[in-house]
Write a protein that binds this ligand. Structure first.
Ligand code: PLP
Length: 397
């Protein structure tokens, strides 16, 4: 029989994260540190603005690139917050979440077989999206020794004649690592030297805790080579609204727009009206959420290190990525046994690529009570593993 599926789609494996969520959802009393989304509800002023837009009858298609008023707000925000200038008329596109922004960007710039360098451990959708766009993901592996940041020479070694772009994510999912300006400058040098593009996923930019966030687009001569992918899901607690955006030079955005005109028509109007309010008046809410995540990050990192799970202090997002190597278990064994024995759900690190093996991802976007209880249960789990190991050692003697 003829195959009914595209050969590109056939290359996409089922998500490694789903398997654990399905298992956890069928159990009682589970504390989930698995989910990658804020535990806050969207600030009320944003919801209210959206409701008002419906009441006023603003319910039709908008411009395919998004409402001009929203693009103007995004333009102001990018300039004031990250010192990068984008024209609301030509350089900004409103998308269905960061997800669609990544998808249309990759589909617009890639020719079949062109390579995109991505840093692992990585967000689960990167490799599939590159593949579906006809490209080839080239993985640069990192480890806890460099806080999961690539050394410049690793990136250089991954470059071939087919390299089109480098995809970076800072603050990072799943590791929480944040690139400093100096680190971005080193990457920028390589991008300029080899005349590449960079796609920078800045969806967690608002959740940077100690150092302020730097966009690679703000580095000298980089704006013309950069596609910024960002959105409201994480910083504004708006995951369900499905609202993101792209900022890039006009030649690129106008090409992306041709893809969007034919596949999307426009992002839901009520969502866009909510986001306008978010950018106009929502900063104080974002600050409060950021403060709360920072406290929770500090709590979780100190607990994990105290219990012997080596964990670097992540600069942003709401994830920690501790090593579980000391237990002798694989990431999947650890996550599965922790869930079954102590009812705490975490994501095995290998779901984010081979270099995530030996780690787990814990999201701290959960209440302090939940986090304290989860840490208590994790400690009990580690203790039970130690007792088991001691018994096995004694038998061995
Ligand atoms: N990029 C990263 C790194 C993410 O973690 C996520 C969501 O988890 C996305 C993009 C997708 O964002 P959105 O929900 O806005 O589509």
């Amino acid at each position: 029989m003829k195959t009914r599926l595209s050969s590109l789609v056939n290359q996409i494996k089922p998500s490694g994260i789903r398997k654990f969520f399905d298992l956890a959802n069928n159990m009682d009393g589970v504390i989930s540190l698995g989910v990658g989304e804020p535990d806050f509800v969207t600030p009320w002023s944003i919801c209210h603005a959206s409701i008002q837009s419906i009441e006023r009858g603003y319910t039709s298609y908008t411009e395919p690139e998004g409402l001009l008023e929203l693009r103007k707000e995004i333009s102001n925000y990018m300039k004031n917050r990250f010192q990068v200038t984008y024209s609301p008329y030509t350089d900004i596109l409103v998308t269905v979440g960061g997800s669609q922004a990544l998808d249309v960007s990759l589909r617009t710039v890639l020719n079949p077989g062109e390579e995109v360098i991505m840093i692992e451990p990585s967000y689960v959708a990167y490799a599939p999206l590159i593949t579906l766009a006809g490209g080839k993901p080239i993985v640069v592996q990192t480890s806890i020794d460099t806080e999961f940041k690539p050394r410049p020479e690793q990136i250089r070694r991954a470059i071939t004649k087919k390299t089109k772009a480098i995809l970076i994510c800072s603050p990072n999912n799943p590791t929480g690592s944040l690139f400093s300006k100096v680190e971005l400058e080193a990457i920028a040098e390589i991008i300029k030297e080899y005349d590449l593009l960079v796609i920078t996923d800045e969806i967690y930019a608002e959740l940077s805790y100690d150092e302020s966030f730097c966009s690679i687009a703000s580095i000298r001569e980089m704006r013309e080579r950069t596609i910024i992918v960002s959105g409201f899901s994480k910083g504004y607690a708006m995951t369900g609204w499905r609202l993101g955006y792209i900022c890039a030079p006009e030649s690129i955005t106008q090409a992306i727009l041709r893809v969007m005109q034919n596949t999307l028509v426009s992002v839901p109007s009520m969502t866009q009206y909510g986001a306008i309010e978010g950018l106009k008046n929502g900063e104080k809410h974002v600050m409060e959420m950021r403060k709360s995540y920072r406290q929770r990050r500090n709590l979780v990192v100190s607990h994990l290190n105290e219990m012997g799970l080596d964990c670097h202090m992540p600069g942003g997002a709401f994830y920690v990525f501790p090593s579980i190597r000391s237990t002798g278990l694989s990431s999947e064994e650890f996550a599965e046994q922790l869930l079954i024995n102590q009812r705490v759900a975490v994501v095995p690190g290998n779901a984010f690529g081979e270099s995530g093996e030996g780690h787990i991802r814990c999201s701290y976007a959960s209440s302090m009570d939940n986090l304290n209880e989860a840490m208590k249960r994790m400690r009990a789990f580690l203790k039970s593993l130690k007792i088991k190991q001691e018994k096995a050692d004694t038998k061995g003697c």
